[in-house]
Design a protein. Structure first.
Length: 132
């Protein structure tokens, strides 16, 4: 009987400590909110560009080019927004989100966006988190 109680206690402790999953880090894509004029995105290395639309998903490694007089508004990651002005180019180096696997509220642990401005002007807006 005593062995059964010990075995059940160990099993219960084991389940309780493993019930929370580890953080999950995933790449994400920038969301296009608005496009004005001629804006393209794609691989600069392969010189493979296509027009940016509201349905475009811009990933790590993609470059975005805005022609003279054009602009594009992007949601990089939750809480980080960017506007690329005309005659400008940027390269998305990294867009990552780390979430707590089992959390349903306040599940965002880390957000990373690394953008390189190749030329021109980029305006970035950050919205602070409600978490302390």
């Amino acid at each position: 009987m005593r062995r059964t109680v010990i075995a059940v206690s160990i099993l219960l402790c084991s389940l309780l400590t493993n019930s929370c999953s580890k953080a999950i880090t995933r790449a994400t894509a920038a969301t296009v909110f608005s496009v004005k004029g001629e804006v393209t995105f794609g691989s600069a290395e392969r010189n493979d560009f296509q027009p940016v639309t509201l349905k475009s998903r811009i990933h790590d490694g993609d470059s975005v080019r805005a022609a003279n007089g054009a602009s594009v508004d992007l949601g990089l990651i939750p809480g980080a927004f960017a506007q690329l002005s005309g005659d400008s180019e940027l390269k998305v180096e990294e867009l990552r989100i780390t979430k707590d696997g089992n959390e349903t509220a306040d599940d965002m642990r880390e957000r990373r966006a690394r953008i390189r401005v190749i030329r021109g002007k980029l305006i970035v807006l950050f919205i602070p988190s409600d978490r302390n």
